[in-house]
Design a protein around this ligand. Structure first.
Ligand code: HEM
Length: 299
């Protein structure tokens, strides 16, 4: 047995691999970690799936909400299949930086912007009297706060950059930073649904309460600057181009239905899933597909 071990160790390829592994481990141990590598990371990463299984196996946003309450607004998670770690940002300052500030230079231009505004008016399209639909307005806002069609927005860095943070973050070495340097290829996730339900921002965040939109909103530095201070239609120059149409259709369809039908809860246990967009599913009835059964009566 000892002879066999000696033979194995004497063979040159094994020795070379052994030395390489030791050098790699030592260099990893002594190399100064980057800011990203020193960001807080939640426990419970799996070898193959990293943290991504928790994101997709739980209700949309649940995992991000749990990690945010444990680690704060900025942290990283392990990606599946050993891919580089993913940066998760719920900080309004960073989100504004990514979605608004830098993507088109014309956005900042004092010359081009007024010209575009003069040509196009308020935007590509708008609905007159929108401000008058007060009841519908709060219904739509509360619905899209709780159920944003796109629960997560992802971006990939294409150039080296430094993302500013509104709330500084403590690294594993104790240093506190308010910028996260990123390299090309870095994946960034903005968990909109978890951000819309942060209990540090919204009172009873999981409760459907349209009246909350009648009162003063939470402090503006805690909110994003997209439509209705949410990320339901993203934010900045690349936000949803169809958002006015979407809101208008939503109001027309809802008004039409509510005038003619009475809807009642069918008492089914509903869960949320992401199937390209956020969808309602009946718990334990996957054969029904995405659906929201309700009892309907003619008025
Ligand atoms: C309630 C309905 C809708 C919701 C919640 C919604 C949400 C969104 C969101 C969050 C984005 C940004 C995606 C990203 O950057 O990763 C987006 C982009 C977009 N949406 Fe919508 N949308 C809706 C309806 C519509 C409608 C009705 C249209 C067209 C008539 C439309 C056309 C687009 C287009 C073209 C983009 C890409 C914009 C770009 O990248 O420049 N959407 N939408």
């Amino acid at each position: 047995m000892a002879g066999l071990l000696n033979d194995t160790l004497n063979s040159t390829p094994v020795l070379v691999i052994l030395v390489l592994v030791i050098v790699w481990r030592l260099s990893a141990a002594f190399r100064r970690k980057s800011v990203l590598e020193s960001l807080p990371v939640p426990s419970g990463a799996e070898f193959v799936w990293g943290h991504e299984k928790q994101v997709f196996m739980n209700e949309p946003g649940q995992a991000y909400r749990k990690w945010k309450s444990e680690l704060g607004l900025t942290y990283r998670i392990k990606a599946a299949f050993g891919a580089p770690d993913i940066l998760v940002l719920s900080d309004p300052v960073s989100i504004a930086y990514i979605l608004q500030k830098k993507i088109y230079d014309y956005h900042h231009s004092r010359v081009v912007r007024p010209r575009v505004a003069r040509l196009l008016g308020k935007g590509l399209g708008w609905v007159e009297g929108e401000a008058e639909h007060k009841r519908m307005r709060r219904l739509v806002r509360e619905t899209l706060r709780l159920y944003p069609g796109l629960p997560y927005i992802e971006r990939v860095a294409t150039v080296p950059d430094s993302i500013p943070l509104g709330e500084p973050v403590k690294l594993s070495n104790g240093e506190v930073v308010s910028q996260i340097p990123v390299l090309p290829g870095q994946v960034v996730v903005i968990p909109c649904i978890a951000i819309h339900r942060m209990d540090s921002v919204w009172e009873d965040p999981d409760v459907f309460r349209p009246e909350r939109w009648l009162k003063d909103l939470p402090a503006s530095e805690k909110l994003c600057s997209g439509w209705a201070n949410t990320l339901a239609f993203s934010d900045g120059p690349r936000n949803c181009v169809g958002y006015r149409l979407a809101i208008f259709q939503y109001k027309v369809i809802l008004t039409y239905l509510l005038e003619r039908f009475k809807f009642e809860d069918a008492g089914m246990d509903i869960t949320l899933k992401i199937a390209s967009s956020l969808q309602a599913w009946v718990k334990d009835r996957p054969e029904l597909g995405g659906c929201l059964p309700v009892n309907v009566d003619l008025l």
